[in-house]
Design a protein around this ligand. Sequence first.
Ligand code: HGY
Ligand code: MN
Ligand code: MN
Length: 418
Amino acid sequence: MKDASEQYQRCAREVMQRADDLAVHTEGSGVLTRTYLTPMHHAAAQQLSAWMTEAGMQVRRDDAGNVIGRYEAEAGSPLGAPALVTGSHFDTVRNAGKYDGNLGILLPISCIAAWHRMGKRFPFPIEVIGFAEEEGVRFKATLLGSRAIAGTFDGKVLANLDEHGSSMRQVMQEAGFNPDRIAAAAWRPEAVSAFVEVHIEQGPLLLNENLAVGVVTAISGATRFMAELQGLAGHAGTVPMHMRRDAAMAAAEIGLYIEQRCSGQPGLVGTMGILEVPNGAANVVPGSARFSIDIRAEQDAVRIAAVEDVVAEIQRICSKRDVQIELRKTHEASSVACADQLQTQLAQAIASSGLPVRHLPSGAGHDAMAIAAIADVAMLFVRCGNGGISHHPDEIMTEEDAATAAQVFTRFVENFVA
Ligand code: HGY
Ligand code: MN
Ligand code: MN
C-alpha cells in the first residue's frame, strides 16, 4: 500500500508540475489562452507528444490535430483488441484555468508512465487522446477533435473564419494537416471498448460536500448561437428615444429575457457570454451589436423548449424595435447519459480506495459527449477549489486530489471489464 501511495503521490506531483509547464504555451501575456492550431497550440501538442513517448506510448497525430498515445497490451493479448480510451482537450477558453481539459490528458499519461516503469501492461491496449479542439473559441465550432474521432465532424465548419479572417481549412493546411482526410481519421466503434474522461468538476458540489472525486451520471446538452443585430446609429444627443433603433438596447432586452426564461428550472441555464457593440462610442446610439447565447439543461426537452421560447422572443423584440437580426446556431449537442456499467466500475474504484461515492451530473460539456457516438462513456470528476470556479485563472485543484484521482483511475483500469 505504501508503494502504491508513493506511486500516486509521484503521479500527482508530475501532473501538477506539467499543468504549469503546459500553461506557458499561451497566446496571452500573463493569462492562459490556447486556441486551435496557433503556434502555442502546436507547442503544447509537441510537449504532450514527448510526455506520451517518455511514458512508453507510440504517438501519432490525426488530421484534426489530435495527439494520440497508444500503450500496447501485454504480450500474448489478442491482436486488434479494442482499446480502453481516455483523454480530454488541450485547447482552452480565453483567460482560462490550467486544469480544464489538460488534467484529463496529463493524469493518464503519468499513470501510464508509472505502469511503464513497473513493466506493467494490461490485456487490452490503452489510448490517451489529447483532443485538439473542444471549446470552440477560434472558429466558433466545438468538439472538433472528438467529433473527428467519432466520425461526426461536420465539414461545413472548415469554412468558418477566425477573427483575422483565416478559414479553418486554410489554418489546418498551413499546419500540415489535410482537412479532406478527417473523415478517414474516424475510429471504428469496434476499436473502442470504452471511453473514460477525467476532468475537473468546474463547479462547487464536490468542494461543498468535501469530496475529492465523483462519478458523472449525465452531461447536459447545449445549444449555442451567435447573433448580429443591425439597427440604426445616430447622435446620442439628438435622436429622440421613441425614434431610436438601438441595437445594444435590443440585445440588453434579449439578455434579460434569457435570464428570466432560464431561471427557476433546476439544471436549466442560459448565458450571454459575448456581448459587443463593434466600434462603439459613448456619444453614438449603437447601430449594431453582436452577442452569443448558450442554453443548457440535463433534459433535452427542457433545453429545446427554452430555446424555442428565446428565439420567438428575440423575433418579437427585434420587430418591436425595428432591428434586424441574423441568428446563427453554432453548437448543438444532446445530453449524454454515462454508461451505467462504467459508472459502477468507477464507483467501485472509488469505494475500494476507501472514499465515499457521489454521483453527479455535468453542466459543462465535454469531449465524452462526442465520443458517445461510438462508445460507452464515463467521467471521473475531480474537486475544484476557489468555490469551484472554472474558465477563469482562479481555477485550482490540489495535488492531494490529483493523487486520489490517480489512485481511482488506476484501480478502474486494473479492474476494467469491457
Ligand atoms: O462549454 C463547456 O461546457 C465546455 O467547457 N466546453
Ligand atoms: Mn471548458
Ligand atoms: Mn473541458
